[in-house]
Design a protein around this ligand. Sequence first.
Ligand code: GDP
Ligand code: GDP
Length: 460
Amino acid sequence: MIPVVALVGRPNVGKSTLFNRLTRTRDALVADFPGLTRDRKYGRAFLSGHEFIVVDTGGIDGSEEGIETKMAEQSLAAIAEADVVLFMTDARAGLTAADEAIARYLRSREKMTFLVANKVDGIDGDSAVAEFWALGLGEIYQIAASQGRGVSSLIDNALAPFAKAMADDEGEDESDEPRKPVRQYTEEEAEAEQTRLQELPIKLAIIGKPNVGKSTLTNRILGEERVVVYDQPGTTRDSIYIPMERDGREYVLIDTAGVRRRAKVHDVVEKFSVIKTLKAVEDANVVLLVIDAREGIAEQDLGLLGFAINAGRALVIAVNKWDGIDTDIKERVKTELDRRLGFIDFARIHFISALHGTGVGHLFESIEEAYQSATRRVGTSMLTKIMQMAQDDHQPPLVNGRRVKLKYAHAGGYNPPIVVIHGNQVSRLPDSYKRYMMNYYRRTLNIVGTPIQLRFQEGE
Ligand code: GDP
Ligand code: GDP
């Protein structure tokens, strides 16, 4: 499971600066979908071989008494659910009472905590941070988040227990941007990988903000189908994995709503947890995002959507509670969907009623289709041919009087499909051209229900 790193500290110490540094990626798909605002609190990070979810818990002002009352429930939940806490302080401002209060709180949680002294650029770090030893949190990691200084080694230390060997890190990428390495498949490996994916059950995460109807939908789906097993050990903070079968296809339903949990847990984390949802997204093959027709599209819906797309997940959207609403309201909802989700033209949208079961069966057609698209194998020669066609139709721009030249393409992964394109001066390609190329692939290969990721590599 992907580890979760929480950034904790009083306001102004540099949490959002570090968050931005950890989560920015050149090929972030958010850039390809201009309508998606990135959630400023939750992001995916990839840095020096570590992949993780990073959460900015917001400023804890940490007055001496009652620190818990000062923190929003979601911030406390984030700390509770995090695997690692990066406790940030400001080396320039020196140690404050708020820092001490936060340190006491974190010590009482017995969380794996790393003490970070930020803003050591242009000052004598060692003497500036000397007083922070008094916090009793051990080693002090000196960083300058705004310049990225010390960040890699901080992450290396903090995530060492979670490190797993990254397959085929080719290190070909010369940019300083954090990004996941891609695989160079031989045709045989690609075929084996695809066969493997086709034989596995589809992991389907049903996600959405509270009260949109996830539990109702999950029960509806399970009620109609034979549930093989559902009781699984796990902590209350994990989603439940429910194996099921439908039309001869095996699925594992990732239940973020806690429908099939035995023990009733009255816990904010249990009721709805963003982190639990994000972990489910990371672990799924296909995400089913449920939206409430009666509520319209909320920021939180867009945040979850952005995360799912950035994670490269295949995606189906269910607009729920479509029963009993007037025709004019239906029209209004559709217009709003068009306006706010029009840019995600690859995902199928279904209008359903989980309560009555209307439209639920058809969801699975789109889920299957999305998964097929996400795992479909396309050979090097076809990918290169399509790239060439796109390039012939519309040439890449001139940069410094020389034309960017794309040479060949190959597959770099599945679910999401990754296309690696090699060429000259590819780092100068504007986003608009990358988008054009992505859409060209999508149209030509008729890829529905999954984002496509393009990676550009310089040279052969
Ligand atoms: P947050 O409130 O904890 O999220 O803090 P911000 O990330 O908004 O940063 C607060 C201020 O500190 C901003 O003006 C940043 O530009 C500045 N800052 C953040 N990191 C650094 C750093 O490494 N060095 C310096 N000199 N300033 C920084
Ligand atoms: P969750 O928090 O996303 O799991 O949402 P629930 O499944 O608990 O549903 C929240 C509320 O919406 C409940 O009162 C449900 O009965 C209601 N609800 C769920 N699906 C539908 C639907 O399709 N139509 C209508 N009218 N109500 C629904």
